[in-house]
Write a protein that binds this ligand. Sequence first.
Ligand SMILES: C[S@@+](CC[C@H](N)C(=O)[O-])C[C@H]1O[C@@H](n2cnc3c(N)ncnc32)[C@H](O)[C@@H]1O
Length: 283
Amino acid sequence: MSPPLSASPPVKGIARTWWTTRAYLQRFSTYARMCGVDPRTANAYWSEISRDKWLIEELEGRLRETGHRIDKGSLGGQVASQTWKERLVVGSGLALCNLELYTIVRCLRPTVVLETGVASGISSTVILLALSRNELGQLYSVDLPSVEPGGYLYPDGTLDGVSTPAELGTGWIVPSRLRGRWKLQIGRGVDLIPRIASRVDDIGLFFHDSEHSYENMMSEFLLAWPYIRGGGCIYADDATWNSAFLRFASITVDVQGSAITPALRGIARKRAAGLGPDSVGRL
Ligand SMILES: C[S@@+](CC[C@H](N)C(=O)[O-])C[C@H]1O[C@@H](n2cnc3c(N)ncnc32)[C@H](O)[C@@H]1O
């Protein structure tokens, strides 16, 4: 298991850097194992995307064309301001979470990826690029766009600052060259997950990045899980915002292992020999 998030001891300077790096490397190898590969294989995919110039040029081109900006949680480097620390870890124009997402799709080689929460479409682009390099797989994305410039409030009062310009539309940044493997549906995740999942073959990866309220996260995980193939994974953004991911991973039958990744996302892998649709634990 990766070290607990609050495990950093009260040390300063070099010792603290050493501790942070060690915790990071442990998390990296844990999630590599979760994807069924050794850390060296995961690292090779990580290097592949960190050095990818085509993707950054493509995304920057779209940003120039539209005059739109994207928050630095998705892109960094050349496109938006990036602190030296972020640059050190990321080393490219893509944020840590997207390097991780790409690596996971490359490692898992899923035939179906289901994603909730698209906004401009950076994560969709990253998944589609990985599928195209795998020469395998389809991406089904679901988004309920928030077009208010200030973002929107979750039912629990949390403000989500992400919004999609109405004139550009959901997923506007996804390069046309990658759209062949993509099916986008507009609606609420909890409504569309069962509809899509029951029509596609086994889901190899379910990626949650829609509304991060406890209720919505837990509902999406519970709805998607029965349709995930043995050896497939749930990967959840902002897994430490609330206890939904950790609770889900601890109560659900068929979870082979779970971890918090370097980007503080949650990953849970399903046992290879699944127990079927009734395998979700009781709340
Ligand atoms: C954080 S953004 C997604 C960012 C994207 N995954 C990326 O990394 O580029 C969240 C998106 O989910 C949408 N959303 C919010 N609640 C949703 C729901 N219940 N179902 C589907 N989409 C939702 C928001 O409007 C927004 O477009």
